[in-house]
Write a protein that binds this ligand. Structure first.
Ligand code: AMP
Length: 316
């Protein structure tokens, strides 16, 4: 599959790279890392990145504004996106062919060519693997592209902390470091935060609820967001510190948005992705999300999470 994708990249002159909405460092690292690799290796190609921006992550890369006509003869690569509803910029359908590259478990096959492998810690790690396989065909990895890929891996592994981190992840980091890139500026940019977000984290630490021995709940209502002068998107990177509380197996954060309530599930063992899927969400086994319609549904979801953790602890 990888060889097929490399061939498609080599054969196409115009390449447009998409990723998911509400981009995180992995989505952007994979997108801009791959775009930079292709553009620097083949300057004659026209390579574009699209999707709505997150100001705080613009240091990884900025999107291009392109007219619809560019899609006519373009190869479209869609990265880090499990299902079509989450693809940022719906014009991906206009391209002449689509390729999906993702490390989330398969939910939707929206592309003609698919490389999905949930054993990778990050889609950015897959992009490095693509580069390794493509090296004999003239693909080059610069310090610039390595930094983007590294940012993606750091984001999705929580600085090599999450259990998704493998020997391959560290080998990838080693390969990236061999370009001469420096890690400190990336860490500084990724973890730089605003006063209001720090204050919100303080609120979370003070106000989370322990609904059972194993389960914690955080509710970030519109009122709370207003109090800190924040938008729902700002709560995308709030602290996971509460998960360190002794005995805790899983925690859920609810964030009230203009339409619905966003659910962010995290676990230290029990599988939570099936619960997210029950509410039309998805993600990884231990880190997933969904959007629900009401606080009553939130209550129901919490009850189910308690049962999941209970069963897990009895059988563990
Ligand atoms: P987050 O809590 O937003 O950091 O998301 C954790 C994981 O769940 C990520 O891998 C997301 O791709 C996935 N995820 C979050 N929200 C949704 C959703 N509404 N539908 C599908 N997957 C989601």
């Amino acid at each position: 599959m990888l060889q097929k994708i490399i061939r498609l990249i080599l054969e196409n002159h115009t390449i447009i790279i998409h990723r998911h909405v509400r981009p995180d460092p992995d989505a952007l690292g994979a997108q801009h890392g791959l775009a930079t690799i292709i553009q620097e290796s083949f300057p004659e190609k026209r390579v574009y990145t699209v999707g709505e921006e997150d100001m705080r992550l613009q240091f990884i890369g900025k999107s291009d504004e392109i007219p619809d006509e560019v899609y006519q003869d373009a190869l479209v690569l869609i990265l880090d996106t499990a299902n079509r509803e989450r693809i940022s910029d719906e014009r991906y359908t206009l391209g002449k062919m689509r390729v999906k590259i993702d490390h989330h478990p398969t939910r939707d096959t929206y592309a003609e060519v698919v490389w999905v492998d949930a054993t990778y810690a990050a889609t950015s790690e897959m992009i490095y693997q693509l580069y390794i396989e493509a090296k004999p065909y003239g693909f080059r990895l610069s310090q610039n592209s390595a930094e983007k890929i590294f940012a993606g891996i750091i984001g999705d592994t929580g600085r090599f902390l999450f259990p998704s981190t493998t020997k391959r992840t560290f080998e990838t980091a080693m390969g990236l470091l061999q370009t001469g890139m420096r890690t400190t500026p990336i860490y500084d940019r990724l973890y730089e935060t605003d006063m209001s977000i720090l204050r919100l984290n303080g609120y979370i630490m003070q106000n989370f609820e322990r609904v059972s021995k194993e389960v914690l709940v955080v509710r970030i209502t519109k009122e709370v967001l207003d109090k800190f002068g924040l938008e729902p998107i700002d709560a995308s990177n709030t602290t996971n510190e509460i998960g360190n509380l002794h005995g805790v197996k899983a925690w859920v954060t609810f964030i009230e948005e203009s339409k619905g309530i966003r659910v962010r599930l995290r676990s230290k063992g029990p599988i939570v992705s099936d619960l997210a899927a029950e509410y039309h969400g998805g993600g990884h086994k231990l880190a997933s999300g969904a959007t629900i319609d009401s606080w009553d549904t939130a209550k129901e979801l919490v009850a189910k999470l308690i049962r999941i953790c209970d069963t897990y602890c009895k059988t563990d």
